[in-house]
Design a protein around this ligand. Sequence first.
Ligand code: HEC
Ligand code: HEC
Length: 145
Amino acid sequence: MKKSIVTGGIALIPVLLLSGFALAQSAQVETLRGAEVDEPIPLDQIHKNVEGRIQRNYRQQPPLIPHSVEQYQIDLRTNQCLSCHDWSKAGERNAPTLSMTHYLDRDGNELDQIAGTRYFCNQCHVPQADAPPLVDNVFQPSANK
Ligand code: HEC
Ligand code: HEC
């Protein structure tokens, strides 16, 4: 009887240690966004802080979108971005043409139409938002950018 109380007590030690640790941890965690995790914070509807095309921060960066995108639908059947940016339309719409990389399939074959891997533009290209960095950004592109 006595023995089992002692072993029970010993078995409890790691549990107590762990829960103490968890408590100490939760006391240290502070929210950066100033709200609970499940609390939505709507962003200001600013999509254009800088007019015109925006300088890239590193060579391979997908350029930021300098215009609003809310009204342009992209789904399996239609991609309205292409109605201005596809090579066949860009001239008359006065929009920058998609670069050649957008017409290469994954085996490097040149296509006439946008490659499937580039179809969902907003996978890579994002509009500007008024979202100041929460922590200092010390990113530097490599020397041979
Ligand atoms: C009505 C025509 C039109 C449509 C539709 C359109 N764009 Fe544009 N887009 C433009 C024009 C014009 C520019 C150039 C803006 C400038 O130089 O000021 C541009 C610029 C861009 C750029 C910047 C290119 C660079 O080199 O800086 C990206 C990226 C882009 N658009 C992506 C998109 C995406 C993604 C969509 C669909 C969600 C889209 N565009 C729909 C006309 C359009
Ligand atoms: C897988 C990522 C990816 C997807 C998807 C993608 N792009 Fe790009 N895009 C890039 C990158 C990276 C660049 C810059 C390097 C380059 O030109 O390949 C770029 C460049 C561009 C440029 C500038 C071209 C130039 O010569 O200045 C435009 C415009 C553009 N993309 C529009 C679009 C549109 C519209 C779509 C959807 C139909 C799209 N992109 C899909 C990654 C992507």
